[in-house]
Design a protein around this ligand. Structure first.
Ligand SMILES: [Zn+2]
Ligand SMILES: [Zn+2]
Ligand SMILES: [Zn+2]
Ligand SMILES: [Zn+2]
Length: 322
């Protein structure tokens, strides 16, 4: 940042031990400890300056205060009507710093992946997916519709999970990119509900010969088409954790199962330097769902105490006896 890099990248955001650098439209996350002392100084200075609640850049003289935050006058406006907010106006802000009048939310889309608010007017036609999910421009540009692309992301995530002891699946997996409706239909068939983005269905076959019984597995994994890559990584790793549990016959309450599977997402997202990956981790940390949110937080607290090897041993010990 302090040398030539500063010209290329702009410091966008600092959070704890991480900083986010903006390269044009893309933000990447870095660990502060990997930078020079001079850079640390720069970040310290940067952090002490008052910043705009929307764009996160230093405040200038023309600012507006609302609640605990201050904004550049130019930033403190509704992305739907373009007008600046005035005293008493009620507005909503997304995690990217876009603001909208509460009365104008109907004129805005809310990205199904990253939560970004953006005007319906001016959105291109392909930002509304065939199953009527909505993607902001950034997520749409990064969306995956191709099975080969999914498979290369699957290879990456399989390797990351292997590092913590999640061995690759034994059984074959048939991957399917599907619409919201197809996914919900598959979920209904096995009595699963909720706002799913992926689903694993495992079939096991027991073959008994004279001397022994062997079990073989085959899986179908359904994943929504059109997810941006970081979210797709998260969904694929969550489903690969289900595959791991299913192949070991693990049975446990939903908060343990879904919480555990989200640890896989967490592991993969932490190695993904995009701002979206960071937001997706934040969403798990604040998700009110008893299984995906509270379950994840409970399992994460446990993981931090035990480490992966013991956690995996404990999960295996929950296997149903044949
Ligand atoms: Zn601003
Ligand atoms: Zn407005
Ligand atoms: Zn988005
Ligand atoms: Zn799950």
């Amino acid at each position: 940042m302090n040398d030539g890099r500063r010209a290329l990248a702009e410091l966008a955001h600092v959070e704890g031990e991480y900083l986010f650098l903006r390269f044009g439209p893309i933000e990447r996350r870095y660990q502060l400890k990997n930078f020079s002392e001079e850079d640390h100084e720069y970040v310290r200075n940067w952090s002490t300056k008052a910043r705009c609640g929307a764009c996160n850049q230093p405040l200038t003289t023309r600012t507006k205060k609302a609640g605990r935050k201050s904004y550049h006058l130019a930033c403190f406006r509704c992305v739907a009507c373009g007008k600046g907010f005035r005293g008493g106006d009620r507005f909503q802000i997304d995690q990217w710093g876009n603001l909208g009048h509460v009365e104008h939310l109907a004129q805005l889309f809310d990205c199904d992946s990253c939560g970004r608010l953006f005007p319906r007017k001016g959105a291109s036609r392909n930002q509304v997916l065939p199953d009527s999910r909505v993607a902001c421009k950034q997520c749409r540009d990064d969306a995956v519709f191709d099975l080969e692309e999914l498979k290369s992301i699957r290879n990456e995530t399989t390797l990351i999970l292997k590092e913590v002891g999640i061995s690759p699946p034994e059984g074959a997996i048939e991957w399917k990119l599907v619409s919201r409706r197809e996914l919900d239909n598959e979920a209904k068939r096995i009595h699963v509900g909720g706002n799913l983005k992926g689903l694993t269905v495992t079939q096991l076959r027991r073959v008994t010969s004279k001397s022994e019984t062997t079990t073989s597995f085959s899986h179908k994994v359904y994943v929504l088409f059109g997810l941006p890559k970081s979210e797709l990584r998260s969904v694929i790793s969550h489903e690969l954790m289900h595959v791991w549990l299913n192949e070991r016959g693990v049975e446990a309450p939903a908060d343990v199962i879904e919480g555990f599977c989200n640890l896989g997402s967490d592991q993969v997202l932490r190695q993904d330097p995009s701002r979206l990956a960071w937001i997706l981790i934040g969403n798990m940390q604040t998700n009110p769902s008893p299984s995906y949110g509270a379950g994840y937080r409970k399992m994460m607290a446990h993981l931090q105490k035990t480490g992966w090897p013991r956690m995996l041993a404990e999960m295996k010990a929950r296997a149903k006896k044949p």
